[in-house]
Design a protein around this ligand. Structure first.
Ligand SMILES: C[S@@+](CC[C@H](N)C(=O)[O-])C[C@H]1O[C@@H](n2cnc3c(N)ncnc32)[C@H](O)[C@@H]1O
Length: 269
């Protein structure tokens, strides 16, 4: 089978980074996430995963796999309680969460990303019973019409909301939460100090311009959601197999601004 050539440079490039991190993790003797689908997808893409731009991001890979693990665990809890759920997995990139969680066919799962990303995704994964891809910007109000109504809704946004503006995040969440009687929203968010840091890095890496940050969960509660959990991903550093990285993360976990640079959140509605 010929590999698909990929040449993303903007925000779409970031999903190659997270895919590569999950693929690297899966090749470890004791992986955090153990996502073999990521390694398979990486093999089927013609892209230089050994480039320097990729390599400078590799130090963060355990943070990315801890984040994926945390969101998988919360999502699995929701799906166990609501086997009739609708799932809106936003900014899915090439993530194989649907395969990792293997929900029952009574769940309707929608993977949403920008059209070029979904076009690539379709070359790697097909539609299946209970599974569909939607090619759209999440900020476009029209795509939510594809979601069935009247069922519990699980919204998952991993590595996405920081690339949107606050009004876009507010509009997106309110469009989603008004479509279902009840549900949960799972996402990760950066601390405000990360925004200017990413603006400095963006000319170098070309893709890392982040905009939306969360310091106080009441901001999201003002949009009609109820805060349930916050997790500092570094708090789970004991799961990292590398002794060096585990020790560094352990030190960072004791410095609140660094510890809170990237956190996972669970909200009810
Ligand atoms: C850091 S990647 C994360 C991908 C995936 N969630 C993961 O963890 O591997 C960010 C993703 O958000 C997508 N994205 C960025 N802006 C978007 C938008 N306005 N609408 C839909 N997807 C968007 C990008 O195309 C990319 O796939």
């Amino acid at each position: 089978m010929t590999a698909t050539k990929v040449a993303f440079t903007d925000v779409k490039w970031t999903m190659l980074v997270t895919l590569h991190m999950r693929a690297m993790d899966s090749r470890q003797a004791e992986p955090v996430l153990g996502d073999r689908f990521a390694a398979e997808a990486e093999r089927r893409i013609d892209y230089d995963f050994g480039s320097w731009r990729m390599r400078v991001t590799e130090g963060d890979r355990h943070l990315v796999t801890l984040r994926a693990k945390r969101l998988d665990t919360w999502a699995a809890e929701f799906l166990a309680a609501h086997p009739d759920a609708v799932v809106a997995h936003l900014g899915c990139g090439l993530d194989s969460r649907w395969l990792r969680l293997a929900p029952p066919p009574t769940v309707s799962w929608f993977d949403v990303d920008l059209p070029e990303v979904v076009a690539l995704r379709r070359e790697l994964y097909g539609d299946a019973e209970g599974y569909r891809m939607i090619a759209s910007s999440v900020t476009d109000p029209g795509w939510v019409e594809h979601l069935p109504t009247g069922r519990p809704l699980l919204v998952i946004a991993e590595g996405l909301l920081m690339y949107l503006t606050a009004p876009h995040v507010a509009g997106l969440l309110s469009r989603l939460t008004t479509r279902a009687p009840a549900g949960q929203v799972l996402f990760d968010a950066i601390a405000p100090w990360v925004v200017p840091t990413s603006a400095m890095l963006s000319p170098l890496l070309g893709a890392f311009r982040m905009r939306w940050a969360l310091s106080d969960v009441r901001e999201v509660e003002r949009w009609g959601l109820r805060h349930r959990d916050t997790e500092t991903l570094l708090g789970h550093h004991e799961r990292v197999p590398s002794t060096l990285v585990r020790s560094v993360y352990g030190v960072f976990a004791r410095v609140p601004p660094v510890r809170d640079a990237l956190r996972a959140f669970r909200f009810d509605f």
